[in-house]
Write a protein that binds this ligand. Structure first.
Ligand SMILES: Cc1cc2nc3c(=O)[nH]c(=O)nc-3n(C[C@H](O)[C@H](O)[C@H](O)COP(=O)(O)OP(=O)(O)OC[C@H]3O[C@@H](n4cnc5c(N)ncnc54)[C@H](O)[C@@H]3O)c2cc1C
Length: 686
C-alpha cells in the first residue's frame, strides 16, 4: 500500500520533471551514456532510486512517465525491481543495476542504458548480481543504443521463489508499457497543437475530420491506457491477487496503443515530425524500443488470454465506491436467486419496480431514494451482464430523469409513479427522414392552437412504437429560431390518437422500429415537458443519460467475452496453444473491453460530478460499442459456422450480438459524432 499521498506523488512528479528539465531537457537530448549517467546521478540525489525499498509503485510509474515524455531510457523500473529484490544496498546510487532474464551464458543482449549501469541482476530462482565487464553497443532503433553486455564478477546472489520472479517481470513490463505510452502521449500533444495552428487549404488542419478524429482516437487511447494502469496499481496496492492480470491487460493495451498513438501523431505532424530537429522522431524510437523490450520479460503465466482461459477467471472487477458496491452485493444476491440468465424472466420488471429499483435515483419526495449515478450504473451493469435489458430502466433513465428536471409538479405526480411501476411504455420521436445526427434541424412542426398544439410531420425508427403507450416527441415550435435548436420543444403524450399512424420496420437485429406519421395530431399543452423552445436542454440532458446507459453496454460485452471463454475452455483446440492467433485476438479484445469498462466508470464519475458529456461519456460509448462489434465478429470467426446459427454455439448470442452491436455504434449519437465532441474538447476547430 502506498504511503505517499496524491499530493506527495504529484510533488515527486514535479521534482522529476524539474530535474530532467536541467539534465535531459528534451527528447532530442540523446547524448549517449554520459548524459544518461547524469540522469542517474540526479535520480540518486533526488532518491528516485529509493522508491523500490518503499514499495511506491505509483510514484515509480510517474517517474517512468516523465522519462517517457523526454524519451529518456533511465531504467528506473529496473532499479525499483532490483531494490525490492536485493534490499537497500543500492540506494546511494553507486551500484547501478539493470535487470535481465537469466538465460545462462556470460553475456546478455538488448540491454538498455548499459553504458551508464554498473551491474546486471539476472532474474531466476538463483539470481546473481554481476558487474558489467564490457559493453558492446548495438546501434539501431533505440537511441541511446541498446548493448550486448559481457558479465564480470558476481557481487551478490539472491534466492527468489517463482512468484517473486514473476512479479519482477510483471513490474518491468508495466514500467516499459507506461514509458512507451508516455512517449506516445507527448507526441500526441504536439500533434494536437500542430493541428490547431498549421493551416492547409485556408483552414487549420484540425478542422479536417480525418485529423480531428485521429486526435480523438489518440486521446481515447491515452486515457484508456492510463485508466488500465491506474487500475493495476490500485489492485497492486491493496494486494489483490488479480493485479498481475490487470497489469498485463494494461500492458497488452498500451503495447498496441502506444504505437497507434505515435503513428497517428506522426501522420498529423507529417513532414515536420519526420526530421530530427523535431521531438517526434526521438519519441518514436522510444515507443518502438520500449514496446519491443517487453519481449525480454515473458511471463510464465502467459498473456491475458492464457490466464483467462487456463485459470478459469474473468476480467478483474472494478469498483464504483463503497455505497455502490454495497448495493451491488445486495442486488447480485437478489438476481442470483433468479438464475444466471435473466433474458426470459417475465417477472423481472415487476419485481424490480416492487423493490423500488425503478426510479431509485429520483429524490425521496418523488418516490426515489436519491440513489447515486454509481448505483444506477451498478443496476444497469448487473442486469445487462445477466442478459436482461428491461425497458422500464431506460424509461426511468431517459424520460423519468427529464421529467424530474424539467417537468411540472402535475407531470411529476402523474407520470413518475407510472414510470416507477413500469407502466409507461414509450417510444422516442427524434429521427426524421431528413434528420438523424443533425437533430437540431428537425422539421416536425407543433403549432399552438389555444390550449393545444397541432403536430404535423413524420418520425423515423421509433423503437417499440408498435407497443408503446406514449410518444416522447421533439418538435419544432419556432421555424425562425436562430440557432435552430432554440426552436425545439419536447412533448410526452399517449398514443395512439387521431391523426397518428405507424408503419413497422424489422431491423437487422429482429427488433421492430416504426415510422410514425403525424397528421394534425392534437396534443394538450399539459403534455409539454420544459419550456416552449427549451427542448434542446431536455433532449441533451437525456442524451447524456443515454450515453451512460449505452456505456453500460460494456457489461453486456463482458458477458459475451465470458461466454466466448467458456466455449474455448470446452474446446481447447479452437483456442490453440499459447501464442496462437486466437489467443492473441482474445487478449486484445479482453484488454479493450477492460478499457471500455474503466472508461464507463470514468463517465459515471464525471456525470456524478455534473460533467462528462463531452469527453468521458463519449469515450466510454465509442470504445464499448466498437469492442462489442469486434468481439462478436471475432467469436464467429473463432467458433466457426455453428456460431452463426440462432440455436448454435452459446445459443446464438454471438450471431445476434454481431447483428445488434451496430445499433450501439449508430444509436445515442453515432461514434463519429462522439469523436467530434472529443475533438472540440481538445480545442480543435470546427
Ligand atoms: C436500431 C436502431 C434503433 C433506433 N431507434 C430510434 C428511436 O427509437 N428513435 C429515434 O428517434 N431514432 C432512433 N434511431 C435512429 C438513430 O438515432 C439514428 O440512426 C442516429 O441518430 C443517426 O442518424 P442517421 O441514421 O440518420 O444517420 P446520419 O445522421 O444520416 O449519418 C450517416 C453517417 O454520417 C455520419 N455523420 C453525420 N453527421 C456527421 C458529422 N457532423 N461528422 C461526422 N460524421 C457525421 C454519421 O456518423 C453516419 O456515419 C434508431 C437507430 C437504430 C439503428
Amino acid at each position: 500500500m502506498s504511503a505517499l499521498t496524491q499530493q506527495e506523488i504529484s510533488e515527486f512528479r514535479a521534482a522529476v520533471r524539474g530535474g530532467l528539465a536541467r539534465v535531459w531537457p528534451s527528447p532530442r537530448s540523446v547524448g549517449g551514456a554520459g548524459l544518461l549517467s547524469a540522469v542517474w546521478d540526479l535520480a540518486a540525489e533526488q532518491e528516485w532510486t529509493a522508491l523500490g525499498s518503499l514499495g511506491e509503485l505509483e510514484a515509480a510509474l510517474e517517474g517512468m512517465r516523465e522519462l517517457g515524455r523526454r524519451a529518456c531510457p533511465l531504467p528506473l523500473m529496473d532499479v525499483y525491481v532490483a531494490t525490492r529484490l536485493l534490499g537497500d544496498g543500492i540506494l546511494d546510487g553507486r551500484l547501478r543495476p539493470v535487470v535481465a532474464i537469466d538465460r545462462g551464458g556470460v553475456s546478455v543482449q538488448n540491454v538498455e542504458a548499459a553504458g551508464a549501469a554498473t551491474h546486471v541482476l539476472l532474474l531466476g530462482r538463483d539470481a546473481p548480481l554481476c558487474e558489467i565487464a564490457e559493453v558492446l553497443p548495438t546501434p539501431g532503433l533505440a537511441i541511446p543504443d541498446w548493448a550486448d553486455v559481457h558479465l564480470g564478477t558476481e557481487s551478490k546472489r539472491v534466492r527468489l521463489d517463482e512468484p517473486a520472479v514473476e512479479e519482477a517481470k510483471t513490474l518491468l513490463r508495466l514500467g516499459l508499457a507506461v514509458r512507451a505510452m508516455a512517449a506516445a502521449e507527448a507526441s500526441h500533444e504536439l500533434a494536437i497543437e500542430h493541428a490547431k495552428t498549421r493551416h492547409a487549404f485556408g483552414k487549420p488542419i484540425g478542422a479536417f475530420q480525418a485529423v480531428s478524429h485521429r486526435c480523438a482516437n489518440g486521446q481515447i487511447d491515452v486515457v484508456a491506457a492510463r485508466g488500465l494502469v491506474d487500475e493495476a496499481v490500485r489492485l497492486h496496492d491493496v494486494g489483490d491477487p488479480m493485479w498481475p492480470l490487470a497489469s498485463e491487460l494494461a500492458v497488452a493495451y498500451a503495447a498496441k496503443a502506444a504505437r497507434r498513438v505515435q503513428l497517428g501523431a506522426q501522420h498529423t505532424l507529417a513532414a515536420i515530425g519526420f526530421f530530427e530537429e523535431h521531438d517526434a522522431p526521438w519519441l518514436f524510437r522510444r515507443v518502438q524500443a520500449d514496446v519491443l523490450r517487453l519481449g525480454e520479460f515473458p511471463l510464465d503465466a502467459g498473456e491475458p488470454a492464457d490466464v483467462l482461459l487456463e485459470r478459469g477467471v474473468s476480467l478483474p472487477g472494478l469498483e464504483l465506491g463503497e455505497v455502490a458496491e454495497r448495493f451491488r452485493a445486495e442486488l447480485t444476491s437478489f438476481l442470483d436467486m433468479r438464475g444466471g440468465d435473466l433474458a426470459g424472466d417475465a417477472e423481472l420488471s415487476t419485481d424490480l419496480a416492487a423493490a423500488g429499483n425503478i426510479g431509485m435515483e429520483w429524490p425521496p419526495e418523488l418516490g426515489g431514494r436519491q440513489a447515486s449515478v454509481e448505483e444506477l450504473m451498478v443496476l444497469h451493469e448487473e442486469l445487462r451482464y445477466r442478459g436482461a435489458e428491461p425497458r422500464v430502466l431506460s424509461t426511468a433513465a431517459l424520460i423519468g430523469d427529464a421529467i424530474v428536471r424539467h417537468g411540472t409538479g402535475e407531470q411529476k405526480e402523474r407520470l413518475l409513479p407510472l414510470i416507477a411501476a413500469g407502466r409507461l411504455p414509450f417510444y422516442l420521436g427524434y429521427s426524421e427522414p431528413e434528420v438523424g445526427s443533425d437533430l437540431a434541424n428537425l422539421r416536425t412542426r407543433a403549432v399552438r392552437d389555444g390550449d393545444d398544439w397541432i403536430v404535423n410531420g413524420q418520425k423515423l425508427w421509433g423503437t417499440g412504437a408498435e407497443q408503446a403507450g406514449y410518444c416522447w416527441l421533439a418538435a419544432r415550435t419556432d421555424a425562425a429560431a436562430e440557432p435552430p435548436h432554440a426552436g425545439i420543444t419536447v412533448f410526452l403524450f399517449p398514443v395512439p390518437r387521431p391523426g397518428w399512424e405507424l408503419q413497422e420496420h424489422v431491423g437487422l437485429s429482429g427488433e421492430v422500429s416504426c415510422t410514425t406519421f403525424f397528421d394534425d395530431v392534437r396534443v394538450p399543452d399539459t403534455a409539454r415537458v420544459g419550456e416552449v423552445g427549451g427542448g434542446w436542454k431536455v433532449i441533451t440532458g437525456a442524451l447524456a443519460g443515454e450515453r451512460v446507459v449505452m456505456g453500460g453496454i460494456a457489461a453486456q460485452v463482458h458477458r459475451r467475452l465470458d461466454d466466448l471463454l467458456a466455449e474455448l475452455r470446452l474446446d481447447p483446440d479452437r483456442a490453440g496453444p499459447r501464442g496462437s492467433a486466437v489467443r492473441a485476438r482474445s487478449t486484445e479484445l479482453a484488454a479493450r473491453l477492460q478499457a471500455a469498462r474503466i472508461l464507463v466508470n470514468h463517465g459515471v464519475r464525471a456525470t456524478a460530478a455534473g460533467g462528462g458529456k463531452r469527453l468521458e461519456a463519449p469515450m466510454a460509448k465509442i470504445v464499448a460499442a466498437e469492442v462489442y462489434e469486434d468481439l462478436c465478429e471475432a467469436a464467429l470467426d473463432i467458433l466457426g459456422p455453428r456460431a452463426a446459427l440462432s440455436a448454435g454455439t452459446a445459443g446464438g448470442t454471438f450471431e445476434h450480438g454481431a447483428r445488434i452491436s451496430i445499433k450501439s455504434v449508430v444509436g445515442g449519437g453515432t461514434n463519429d459524432i462522439q469523436r467530434n465532441l472529443i475533438a472540440r474538447e481538445l480545442g480543435l476547430p470546427r
